[in-house]
Design a binder for this molecule. Structure first.
Ligand SMILES: [Fe+2]
Length: 569
């Protein structure tokens, strides 16, 4: 059974090839087209999937799309009528797109595939969006039964849903509908704080710990959100006060006039300085979001009676909320997949149609891989001097010495990771013990905002010595408190004393594991700073060519591509 899953036309387009329940290839389109959160048809990702498995489109049994367009269309029509006449402009704009290509999405997908690969697929199917999110989480988990909580902006008409999974089956138990959405509430604050919606939500989360939780202003903000902006029920169901929001019928997320009146501050423009009031507002919405997610999880537990919980959808990327959920011990096990966002729905939709638990490979390394020949050709093209170190242990010793010497290393190995996190195959690594390292990487390499924290990758066996963690965190999806906070590892400790951890074992990633082991032997530190291999505004590097380009234009000192070592002169 050969299935091609596709996510497209909202954000984070991706393609995934599932053969007999095994993820054979999966990648986001942004990595190939080099446009972050690309939302068009993922033709390059599809091409890579097909080439990787040496398949033609006619050999695919089923192509499956991550959303049911007719249900989404009905929701748009209903909203247009309900919010008329304010919805008129956005309705006209939406209609042009829908009548041209979305209403008959089967035809659009066939046309795209035929245009790119010469023939149309045998069959195109559609999967409910939240079902795809749920399947991505459950089928890649190790659970035999679980509650599943899906929280995102909106999929068709659903904004939050609770599923119960048992064996092969995933059953919807409850759902909440548009416009009452936690994802859209959080995105409204992303917008009001001057960040990019559907892209920069993690910046709001990074800013939140700089808020003063004891100040009267922060307390007032929390109170206003909880009592004016949204009604929150005991089961986590929420109702947005539509007086304050315009995303249902306009191009802007919120009514800026009413928000200004409510919070007493104007919307921050992107170029404006970040003031304490912005940090306080970020803190307030983060706090409310965490409270709501905890209520939703509690309700999921009550109605499913499960001890395991899978969390998926864009809001599952709120690693501070997931961290709080883990610490609460409400569930014995909490699992967030390596791609809980819409890119992961390409895998989820395909697994959903396959519909069995027989997923053999749960690891996130499903993307492009390059041969020595490809790498040498690239390095020669760029006229770069390199060393080929045959013995990987020797390479790790050299890199470890450079890291100890405070050098910043671009680490490119094997297959690219799927999902938003760099998990050691397209990573930038550095010594986390250095008090200057965070500012150095922010200013020399990533060129990004100074308030954003960096994350650590730690040998799994030592994780609980340094962090307040009980289990594992292989996909960097939760934050945990740093023990002896801010003393030993300032470069990866956020201002609130937490860190978003990746734990690594030999079976997770043997090369990264070996490097960490070598570094531990030399320094006694079992962890490194691990940030994605890109500069601000660009997607994570995919090919050796992307890696060399980033190496050249940034302050990276060392580049390692498989066994090739390149030092900056
Ligand atoms: Fe989604």
């Amino acid at each position: 059974m050969i299935i091609l899953g596709i996510s497209a036309y909202y954000h984070d387009s991706a393609a995934a090839l599932i053969i007999d329940g095994k993820i054979v290839a999966a990648a986001s389109e942004e990595r190939f087209c080099r446009i972050k959160h690309y939302n068009g048809f993922p033709s390059k990702a599809c091409r890579w999937c097909l080439n990787h498995a040496s398949l033609t489109i006619s050999e695919i049994d089923e192509v499956i799309f991550y959303e049911k367009p007719i249900i989404k269309f009905e929701r748009i029509i209903r909203s247009a009528i309900f919010y008329a006449p304010k919805s008129f402009h956005i309705y006209l704009k939406a209609m042009q797109i829908w009548l041209k290509e979305r209403l008959n999405l089967r035809k659009t997908i066939c046309r795209e595939l035929k245009h790119n690969f010469g023939s149309a697929p045998k069959k195109v199917l559609f999967c409910r969006h939240h079902q795809a999110h749920a399947a991505m989480a459950y089928y890649t988990s190790s659970f035999d039964h679980s509650a599943i909580l899906v929280i995102d902006a909106v999929g068709e008409e659903t904004t939050t849903s609770i599923f119960k999974a048992e064996g092969n089956s995933i059953k919807l138990i409850e759902e909440q509908k548009f416009p009452h959405s936690l994802g859209l509430l959080y995105s409204s604050f992303t917008y009001y704080l001057g960040f990019k919606v559907n892209s920069d939500e993690y910046k709001v989360m990074g800013l939140a710990p700089y808020g003063n939780k004891h100040s009267e202003q922060t307390k007032r903000f929390i109170n206003l959100i909880k009592h004016q902006l949204v009604i929150i029920q005991d089961d986590g169901a929420l109702m947005l006060n539509e007086h304050y929001f315009t995303f249902m019928y306009g191009l802007k997320m919120v009514s800026e006039k009413t928000w200004h009146k409510l919070f007493g501050i104007k919307r921050r423009q992107t170029s404006d300085k970040i003031e304490q009031v912005h940090c306080n507002l970020a803190y307030a919405i983060q706090q409310v979001t965490e409270d709501i997610i905890l209520l939703m999880a509690k309700h999921a537990k009550d109605i499913t009676k499960e001890d395991n919980l899978c969390v998926s959808g864009g809001c599952a990327l709120n690693c501070a909320a997931i961290g709080r959920l883990e610490v609460s011990r409400m569930f014995k096990h909490v699992y967030v997949p390596f791609a809980p966002g819409d890119d992961g729905c390409a895998i989820g939709a395909a697994m959903s149609v396959y519909g069995t638990r027989k997923i053999e490979n749960r690891n996130p390394y499903t993307g492009p891989v390059f041969s020595n020949n490809d790498i040498e050709k690239c390095l020669k093209k760029h006229g770069i001097d390199y060393q080929y170190i045959e013995d990987f242990e020797s390479l790790c010793e050299i890199v470890s010495a450079e890291l100890t010497n405070q050098k910043i290393v671009g680490w490119f190995q094997g297959k690219m990771e799927f999902g938003p996190r760099a998990l050691g195959n397209r990573s930038i690594l550095a010594d986390a013990r250095s008090p200057k390292m965070k500012d150095l990487i922010n200013s020399k390499v990533k060129f990004r905002e100074s308030f954003r924290p960096f994350a650590p990758v730690v040998l799994q066996d030592y994780a609980s010595d340094i962090f307040n963690i009980n289990g594992i965190s292989p996909y960097m999806m939760s934050t945990f408190k740093v023990k002896n906070s801010n003393r030993n590892y300032p470069a990866i400790t956020h201002i609130d004393g937490t860190a978003r951890i990746q734990t690594v074992s030999k079976s997770d990633n043997d090369k990264l594991y070996l490097l960490l082991k070598t570094f531990k032997k030399e320094t006694d530190s079992p962890l490194l700073l691990n940030t994605s291999f890109n500069v601000m505004g660009e997607p994570i590097v995919c090919s050796p060519d992307d890696a060399v380009n980033t190496f050249k234009k940034s302050g990276l000192d060392i580049l390692v591509i498989n066994n090739y070592l390149i030092k900056k002169k």
